[in-house]
Every structure is written in C-alpha cells, then in structure tokens.
Ligand binder design. Structure first.
Ligand code: KG4
Ligand code: ZN
Length: 367
C-alpha cells in the first residue's frame, strides 16, 4: 500500500490543534511517521470564566485554524528539510466529531469539510476518546519523521480514560486490522478531570486546576503535611465498574467551609486537603481498574486522557500493571492532553471517510 498523508484536526474543547502524518501498512502492520503537530491552548482566556466558555472557544478556533494550518506546513518543511511538504500532498483529513463541546466541534468539522472540498479529498470523522487510546499506543522513543509502529497490544486490553469530560473503562479487542471497543463502566456524574478542576477552584487555584492541585498535593507529601480530614472514596465498594466524583467535590466544599468557620483554613490545611483529594480520586480509579482487570483478565492496560499527565496516577497504574505482570501504555506527556496527532493517527488507523459529518456533542466510544 502506498503511504497516505493525513491532516488531523482537533477542536473538541479549548485546544486548537493540527497535525500532519504519513502512514502505511507493511505486511498488514500499521506504521506512521510524524511530519508535524501543533497545539494552541486557549486555557489562559477561559481561566477568567473558571471553565471553558463555548462561544469564546468557537471564535478562537475559527481564528486560529487557518493560521495554524500555514504554520504546520511551514514547520514541517523546515524540520524535515523537504520542500515537497505542501497542502497538495494531503490525501485525507481526520477530524474530531465528538465527544466534546458542540460549537467547538463544529468549527473543526466545518474547516475540515471546506478543505476536503477545496482539495477534493475525503474527510474521516474520529471519536476523541479513541484518539486518546491510540495516542497512548504511539511510541515516545521515536523521533518525529521516522517510521514507527504502534505498541503491540495484547488483548483483551483495558483502557482507563480520564479527561475533563469523561471517565471510562473500555475493553479493547481486535476486529480485523482495527479495534473494537466496549464500555465497561463510566462516571455517573462528574468526570475525574472535572472533579480535579472543581476542587482546585475551591482551593483558590486557577483553571484548569488539575495540574495545580496535583503540585499542591505533592508539596504536602514532600513537607509531610497530613490530610486534615478523610474524604470519601465514592462507589469503591459497589460491584459495578461505574464511577461518581461529584460527592468527592462536595466533600471538599464542606471541609473548606467547616475549616473556615473554625478558623483553621491555613495554607497547610489546603495543601493537606489537596493531598487527600488526589489520594481519594486515584484510589477510586485504581480500585475500579483492578476490578475490571480481574473481570476481563486483561492482558494489557492503557491510560489515556488529560488526567494521564498526573504523576501519582502514572506511578500507581504502572505498579498495578507490574503486579499483574502485564504491559502498561502511558501517553507521552506532550500528548497526554488534547492534540491532533492522536486524531490523525486514529483516523488513519481505523477511520472510515464520511460524506455527512455531524458534531457528536455527547457520543462516547461504544455508543
Ligand atoms: O483530555 P483533556 O486534555 O481534555 C478533555 O478531553 O477533557 O483533559 C483535561 C483535564 C482537565 O480537567 C485537567 O485539569 C486535567 O485533564 N489534568 C490533570 C492533570 N493534567 C491535566 N488532572 C490532574 N493532574 C494533572 N497533572
Ligand atoms: Zn481529551
């Protein structure tokens, strides 16, 4: 099969991202080569609102997409000293169709369809969560521009997907040359990233608060600051594989209110509370992951989604995989958050072109 050049587009939330990759199958094995990848984050703009403001996200995506497109090709030509890397060589466009914020998704889809018409090439819709799974299978030891294979995935594999909008446990099995997905469990209310962000906000940290809260928790560990209260480990005893994180956030709210009333809301109290929150959230994730691993006799584990940048979670999940003696695949830190590289690779790996794309504001893998 001749190599195929794919342009990836991601606009599901507050990152505008584009990527350019080349892919081929050698003896039926998928290989890819990264030509370029750019991410423009709007986080600073949204932080004034304490969360993503959909219409602002839409306007920013519309403004930045054409600029990033030109920059992407310029950078790819320079990085690879190859003047032939122009818009003319693109064979397909892979774009996130969901899940995500509908107005934001539509900007990417409209942009992709316009380019598809102009360049007379097909457009492939990609599920954002599948993107996170495939992104975690990219090797992080291959320099851009070199052919690489995805990590081999012993199946059934189990993915723990943890982002600002989703918390899911997904079984992955082979289906011909691609994968089939089955959701085993998901959050019944807030996603774990959302809980991190809301708890961080209560602690007075800027949006997105996940990384800030995590740093505060680490400070508490380094300084031996204990947890001032015990927070719940929601649904840890339930037999199913679902999650619930809104009660944890509410418990943080009450802990802060009570401390305020009794005049003990010090910096140390906040640090200790951040530590306890991180421990509670991660213990909850790990307990369900362990149950799911046993239930499907998982042969490998994948961690994906923005919260996969969390150091403690990476450590704990790696220990769990070591205990079961199965491989664990973590995304490189630079693509743990939203990016278009994972969308381009997922589209080229398993996508099917579609003539009529629609933003899937609530669609999840398997549904
Ligand atoms: O996948 P992602 O970039 O966007 C969505 O698809 O939602 O995930 C973003 C989420 C945010 O809630 C952010 O606070 C969280 O990932 N996050 C973290 C860390 N880094 C990002 N949460 C905890 N610890 C981190 N180090
Ligand atoms: Zn994401």
């Amino acid at each position: 099969m001749n190599p195929i050049i794919t342009l990836g587009i991601e606009t599901s939330c507050d990152e505008t991202a584009l990527a350019l990759i080349e892919t081929r199958r050698v003896d039926d094995i998928f290989e890819c080569r990264i030509l370029g990848s750019l991410i423009h984050s709007q986080a600073d703009l949204h932080s004034a609102y304490g969360g993503v403001y959909p219409n602002l996200a839409k306007r920013e995506h519309e403004h930045h997409l054409p600029i990033l497109l030109d920059t992407l090709f310029e950078q790819a030509r320079t990085t690879h000293s190859d003047a032939t890397i122009t818009k003319n060589i693109v064979d397909t466009i892979a774009v996130t169709e969901g899940p995500g914020l509908e107005p934001a998704l539509w900007t990417g889809i409209t942009f992709a369809e316009k380019l598809g018409k102009e360049w007379n090439i097909p457009v492939i819709p990609v599920n954002h969560m599948e993107g996170h799974i495939i992104g975690s299978l990219l090797r992080n030891d291959t320099p851009d521009g070199q052919w690489q294979r995805l990590h081999e995935l012993p199946t059934p594999a189990l993915a723990l997907l943890v982002s600002g909008g989703h918390t899911e446990l997904v079984t992955i099995n082979p289906k011909g040359q691609v994968f089939s997905y089955n959701i085993l469990g998901a959050t019944k209310d807030d996603a774990v990233g959302e809980a991190f962000d809301k708890a961080a906000r209560l602690l007075g940290l800027p949006y997105p608060g996940g990384p800030h809260l995590s740093r505060m928790a680490q400070e508490a560990r380094d300084l031996d600051i204990p947890a001032p209260v015990t927070l719940p480990r929601p649904m840890i005893a339930s037999k199913d594989l679902d999650f619930s994180f809104s009660g944890l956030k509410t418990a943080v709210l009450y802990a802060i209110r009570n401390a305020e009333k009794s005049g003990v809301l010090t910096d140390d109290f906040k640090k200790g509370l951040a530590r306890e929150f991180e421990d509670a959230a991660i213990e909850t994730l790990l307990s369900k992951l362990r149950k799911a691993t046993d239930q499907i006799s998982a042969k490998s584990i994948i961690l994906g989604g923005g919260v996969s940048a969390n150091t403690l979670l990476r450590e704990r999940i790696s220990s769990l995989a070591a205990e079961y003696d199965i491989p664990i695949y973590l995304p490189s830190k630079h693509i743990s958050g939203d990016n278009a590289l994972m969308i381009a690779v997922a589209g080229a790996f398993s996508g099917i072109p579609s003539k009529k794309l629609r933003a899937q504001g609530t669609k999840k893998i398997g549904s």
